[in-house]
Design a protein around this ligand. Sequence first.
Ligand code: GLN
Length: 544
Amino acid sequence: MTRFVFITGGVVSSLGKGIASAALAALLQARGYKVRMRKLDPYLNVDPGTMSPYQHGEVFITDDGAETDLDLGHYERFTGVHASRADNTTTGRIYSDVIARERRGDYLGGTVQVIPHITDAIKDVVVSATDGYDFVLVEIGGTVGDIESLPFLEAIRQLRNDLGHNQTMCIHLTLLPYIPAAGELKTKPTQHSVKELQNVGIQPQMLLCRSDRPIPATERGKIANFCNVRPEAVIAALDVDTIYACPISYHNEGMDQEVLRYFGLPFESRPDLSRWEKIVKAIREPHGEVRVAVVGKYTALLDSYKSLAEALLHGGIANNVRVKLDWIESEEFEKNGDLEKRLKDADAILVPGGFGERGAEGKIQAVKYAREHNIPFLGICFGMQMAVIECARSLAGLPKASSTEFGPTDEPLVGLMTEWARGDELMRRREGGDLGGTMRLGAFPAKLKPGSRVAEVYGQTEIRERHRHRWEVNVHYRDQLEKTGMIFSGMSPDGVLPEVVEYPDHPWFIGVQYHPELLSKPFDPHPLFAGLIGAAVRQKEETR
Ligand code: GLN
């Protein structure tokens, strides 16, 4: 039997519902259950692909090429289970599907309404492809009380009746603020938020309460009483120093035990949490520290580099060091000319993915600094493209080298890709076509050059990595660039699309067209991040 756990949030946003959901999934997994995770987002965008990283944070890409909410990244990092297109939907997608069906005449002249047509479409998404899973965890984005999330809540209410209470459970995440003047954790916002849920016909069976200190018995009793849940089902989600401590912390508060008890499953035994204990220990007790300068554009909103920051942390876990990240706005170099000052203490430099011309020159300068000063360097997607342009300009005698992303150019080192293969299928795009969902998206295979640094880093020559880009390094410049000492050490299997470049005579300099950060896990750090941080450790030892 597949059990559905719905996770809603109340009081305020940004309480970490995605991480809380992922941590519960990890706990169930640690007890041997098979878990799948899903996210329903209430906004009207069809997917987050066209949303600004400033507004919505990172766009997480799945193997099958869906542009999804960043919470799916947490799900994958906590469970190791790869998500798919079916695991994230939005109000926009639901409506656009229902309206397309209406236009096709599928509703046979009926009046198309939120209930039942939209709610039925939501229910179909929730239960689709869930056979064989013990648990499906469904997170509802937004905060209870928003107009937007009502159809999702209504669909959940109906599903509880359709599937039965023994197959469904609702968990509500709230906040218990501590008011210093009263010396108390306040329960009223939680009571109000649960009332909002009850108003739409949903009675949660568990409350997960974010708080900065343990919940005293009186407050716990009060919440249980007013919100109509068992006192044992009022779980404290205490502030922790690392998100990877959440599974252990929630277990200590009895969360997984209570979920299993609710479903009538055995809960007395202890799950095997050794994996999480090891990760937390590595984070809390590092044997040293390295500094990585991340030269990007959306550094003001770190959520836009969520997976990257996590992957760098994983690289630190692999090398038993703390990784200090120095987020640098690349435009700063252009304006202040203080590149040397900002980069001289870096043990490694990373230029991440990005879009558009703003800040590009600063990134190119950062690449040059890393190359000339023998500082370990990783360029990701846009960062790789800038590394190639830097090489062309500084070493190959092509001062006008540029990307057509920045406008027409005589030397299109990076050009618009209009055709590529996905398996046996040829994908095509028109210049000036739709922006949404038209990039080279998802996991593609690549072949690495035997004996290259990147092949050594991976320990194999056949890889599969996730992509999200519209432009591509122009393979016609390959010979000119290789004469300078840069080699094309990874290519698409048909040999047309450059995937990896490197300088064999630099201590560690790799540029990749794909996004390795999307595949890194705390218990399985991605080899490129483990490699970069390892090189940074060596760099630091040598320069000391
Ligand atoms: N803007 C570049 C492109 O579309 C790089 C994209 C990225 O870094 N994800 O090709």
